[in-house]
Every structure is written in C-alpha cells, then in structure tokens.
Design a protein around this ligand. Structure first.
Ligand SMILES: NC(=O)c1ccc[n+]([C@@H]2O[C@H](COP(=O)([O-])OP(=O)(O)OC[C@H]3O[C@@H](n4cnc5c(N)ncnc54)[C@H](O)[C@@H]3O)[C@@H](O)[C@H]2O)c1
Length: 414
C-alpha cells in the first residue's frame, strides 16, 4: 500500500474544519501538521479524534514545510501572499513539497493572484486551486449522465449559478479591504468557476472556452440599511457607513467556442442577504433539447421544530451551513462536506500530486477566475459591458483595484 500524502494546513478556522471533515471520507491523506494565527491546537486535536492524522502544531510555515508533502493554504485572503512567500522560502531552504493548495479566491486582485502564480513557478511547485463547487457530485453526475446527449445535441448554451446566504461568519470577510470586496469576490468566484465548468464541452480543457465579455451589477440591498449597519458594527466591528461592500451581485460572462464560433453565456448571482433556511447553491444549465438543475436546499431529509420545542435545539448550524433558523420546517443536509465537493476535490488533488502534476484547476486557472471577478467589478463600477478581447482593458485589469476593495465603496453603493 502506498504511504499517505502528509498534508500541512495553514489556517485552522471554518474552511480548515470543513476540509478535515471531508478528509474523514478520503483515503490516502493524513493531516500531520497545522499552523495558524489561532485555533491550531484545537484543529490538531480534532484531526487526532477523527483519525485523520497525528497532527503536530507548528509555529511557522517554514517549520511545518520540512515535515509534510503538501501545504494547504486555508488562511484569510489578506494573508495569501506572505504565506506563499514563506512556502517558497521553505522550498528554497530544502523542503521537499509535492504540491501546494490554495482555497478560493486566489487573490484579492489580478496582481495578487499573478504574484502567487509567479511565486509557485519560481520553485516549480505543483499547484491546486480549490473551487469545491466544480467537484460537487450533482455537477459531476449530471455531466456524466448527459454526456451522450451532449455529444449528440451539442454542449450547453446557458448556465446559471448562484451561491447565497445571510452573511459570512467572521468579521474579516465583511471588511472589503481585508477580504478584497464583498459577496462578488467572496462567492462570485465559485459561481463564475462552476458556470464556466458546466459550459465547457465534454473532453475539452478547462481553458477551452474564451471569455469575451462581462456585464455585471453590484448593490448593497440589506446591510447598508441603518438597522442592519448598526447590527454589523455591534456584532463585527465593521462600519458599512464608512467602508461598505456589496451584499448582492449578478452578471453574465459570455464565452466563445473557438471551434464553432458559438457564443455561450454563464449567469451568476450571489448574495449575503438571502433569507431562507441557510446556504443555497443553485445551478442549472440548458442545452439544445436537454437541461439540468441542482438546488442544495432540496434535501431528502427535512425536520420540523415547533415553537414550544425550539428552545431545545442543539445547534442549528449542524443542519446546514450558515443556518438562519432553528424552528419551522427545516432542510437538513446529511453530508455537506461531500455535497459541496470538498471530498472529491481533495481526492483529485491527492491523485494529481502523487502523479507529479497540478490539480484539475491550477493556480493559473485561479488567476483567470480572479480576472473574471475583477472584470465584473469593473463592469459594475463603470456601468458598462467589459470587452475582454480589448488589449487596453486586459492591461487595465492587471493593476485594477475595485473602489469597494479600496474602502471607497460608499462612493459607488450609496
Ligand atoms: N470553498 C469555500 O466554500 C470556502 C468557505 C469558507 C472559506 N473559504 C476560504 O478559505 C479561507 C479561510 O476562510 P475561513 O472561513 O476558514 O476563515 P476563518 O477566519 O474561519 O479562519 C482563518 C484561519 O486562518 C488563521 N490565520 C489568520 N491569519 C493567518 C496568517 N497570517 N497565517 C496563518 N494563519 C492565519 C486564523 O487564525 C484561522 O485559524 C478564505 O480564503 C476563504 O475565502 C472557502
């Protein structure tokens, strides 16, 4: 039997715990190291309890890099560049890494994402950019089921993808400067990535479809209102009167099939103002004569909790990520780590790094997702369609920092 791949986590918060849970369902990976600004001992102890690995807490990336095969960057967006610089220094000092993983978004700007790509390339590191939604089993299964239909009738022409919930769990996500924007940067990357993935004709590479245009809008529909702004200030110490971020974004990315010249469209919608049971991922797609639809709030399990029993509920978040209700008729997902794609993205990264190649999406692909997200901000800011084939626009995107990410969102959103 081959020896397991030793993972070292950078970051021990929400997403690190989700990956740990996913790894209880994936063979051939052990979490043997954790380093984080906070929470590393708790995560390491959880790794041992769940038998995912004898995780050791390290004080630095440099120390951990000597003892693991793969480093997974699960720290906040604002810490990306310094963490990857430390990884690269460790490799230069002799750490023998088989690969490095980065959670979405790869960067807060194109320049940051490009810096990550260049850093990894400078020491010839294999990379994986984690966009869990493209690994969701419902997405993979619809593609497999519809493959013969697609081969006969032609690929999808329209996809619609959305990810929505009531707002993030940590203060830094709400801060447009530290996070890199609002919901468009936080979750638009998912919807844009999965939208392109389902439109890509079966058997073609990830970069096959050429993005030609982006048209988008952003707005502050809930958290800019006085009572909600005050709540945000009270609960998170984030002041949306001064530096707001968008809580709603929608748009369309148009792609061109280079073989047929046909244009296809991917619509995305994301919000932090969604008033339902909790997180909802919704995707659908339409091709000539066929279609698919995914809705994660439709579960085979629902529970009912009446008012008198509501006091007794243990933990609403156990039912569903970003759960907003603890009574009434509630949807419950029994295996969210698998449903959202965390298990299969880790299994794929394992196979890729073992074989000495990049993950299904590498950091170059992550950079491209960041570029599309930035084009969407630019479109919303300028109130016009962004032509991605125009060389002046391409150049502008390289250094563009959205007004919202500069902390100047009030000029645009109010
Ligand atoms: N794929 C998804 O659906 C998904 C979901 C949530 C978060 N994420 C991404 O994962 C990343 C982490 O998000 P989270 O929700 O876990 O955040 P979090 O705030 O819950 O946890 C962040 C962790 O990183 C640590 N940390 C902070 N600064 C650090 C530094 N400089 N060096 C090392 N550790 C540091 C914190 O102490 C904490 O342990 C973000 O980039 C986010 O966009 C992805």
């Amino acid at each position: 039997m081959t020896t397991p791949l030793r993972y070292g986590f950078v970051g021990a918060g929400f997403v690190a715990k989700f990956h740990l849970l996913a790894l209880t369902q994936v063979r051939g990976i052990e979490v043997t190291g954790v380093t984080a600004a906070a929470g590393a001992p708790e995560l390491a102890s959880l790794a041992r309890d769940w038998m995912v690995g004898d995780a050791v807490v390290y004080n630095s990336v440099a120390e951990m890099a000597k003892h693991v095969d793969v480093i997974a960057v699960f720290a906040p967006n604002f810490a990306r560049v310094s963490i990857v610089e430390a990884i690269v220094e460790a490799v230069k000092a002799g750490a023998d890494l088989k690969g490095v993983i980065c959670e979405k978004p790869l960067g807060r700007t194109v320049a940051e994402a490009r810096r990550l790509v260049d850093l990894a390339a400078s020491v010839n590191l294999r990379t994986a950019y984690f966009e869990n939604q493209i690994f969701m089993k419902p997405i993979a299964v619809q593609l497999a089921q519809l493959e013969p239909v697609q081969r006969r009738m032609g690929p999808l022409s329209l996809s619609r993808s959305s990810e929505e919930h009531g707002g993030p769990h940590e203060a830094w996500f709400w801060d447009p400067v530290r996070q890199g924007g609002g919901v468009l940067n936080d979750m638009g990357c998912h919807s844009i990535a999965v939208g392109r993935h389902v439109l890509t004709p079966i058997g073609k590479p990830v970069t096959f479809l050429e993005p030609v245009e982006v048209n988008a809008e952003v707005a502050l529909l809930k958290w800019g209102r006085k009572e909600w702004r005050e709540k945000l200030l009270r609960d998170r110490n984030v002041d949306y009167a001064k530096a707001p971020a968008e809580d709603f974004a929608t748009g369309i990315v148009t792609y061109r099939n280079p073989e047929t010249g046909q244009k296809v469209k991917a619509q995305f919608t994301n919000s932090w103002m969604f008033e339902k049971q909790g997180l909802r991922l919704f995707m659908d797609g339409t091709g000539p004569g066929y279609a698919f639809e995914v809705n994660t709030l439709v579960s085979p399990l629902s529970i009912f909790i009446g008012d008198t029993a509501a006091e007794a509920i243990k933990d609403a978040e156990l039912a569903l990520e970003k759960s907003t209700a603890s009574r009434g008729l509630l949807a419950v997902q029994v295996n969210e780590a698998d449903l959202y794609g965390y298990t299969d993205e880790n299994a794929e990264a394992r196979d890729a790094f073992r074989a000495g190649r990049d993950g299904f999406l590498n950091w170059g692909d992550g950079l491209e997702v960041t570029r599309l997200v930035m084009a969407a901000y630019l479109s919303a800011e300028r109130k016009r369609v962004i032509d991605l084939t125009d060389s002046a626009t391409q150049k502008e995107l390289e250094t563009y920092v959205p007004l919202i990410a500069q902390g100047r969102g009030a000029e645009q959103l109010y």
